[in-house]
Design a protein around this ligand. Sequence first.
Ligand SMILES: [Zn+2]
Ligand SMILES: [Zn+2]
Length: 251
Amino acid sequence: MGAHNCESQGTRLVSLLVDDILALDAGGLTSSLTFAEQLKLKAILLTHQHYDHIRDVPAIAMTFYLSGATINVYSILPVYNALLTHLLNGELYPNFLERPQGNPIVKFTVIEPYKTEQIEGYSILAVPVNHCVPSVGYQITSADGKGIFYTGDAGPGLAHCWEYVSPQLLITEVTASNRFLEFGREKGHLTPSLLREELLSFQKIKGYLPEVIAVHMNPNLEAEIEAELAVVAKDLGSSITLAYEGRQLYL
Ligand SMILES: [Zn+2]
Ligand SMILES: [Zn+2]
């Protein structure tokens, strides 16, 4: 739904939809879906508390509130605390995390990293990643064994994740182009050359390379990122393509 880190008429903040019922991050959620589609959602998984990933939580909560329904949101504890303190705090917006009392609109469940959870028919595993605030990536495996891993925002050091996940499809952030390598290392983001190192470690640990889709691109750097990723893909003999708003994939 949203494939970028900046919003404009043609780009939305990061948000992915799995099988119409599971949303990964909520940057560009409500603006991408009709009300009927929003109400089909069974769960939202949030990777971290940054605004571009949680932006539409209040808006989706209002849709569900006005329809007399509730929505399940899952993430790590710091994300719950950030939502409660800064966003759904009763001042900026109604406290849908606690209201109505006893049956809140947003049913938030704290997810523990490294512990597989069964959510809406999927096996979900959260794995911590390196970013400037506490963040997790999610492996989502369907009942028939198809699996994706979504990194959320993550800098170098994904190698330890590869011990825990075995996706057919890797949806990874690539925020900036290679000339921003130091920025990536410092803030916890990837560039094509940093991703190359992570993919090499994946191949070493797992013995294969998954199909790779890049998300969370800075729109101003997208052409550069695309050209640099093409070089990495050719070098590794793998498929690496860019996500875009409205892109659909079938596993
Ligand atoms: Zn972030
Ligand atoms: Zn972000």
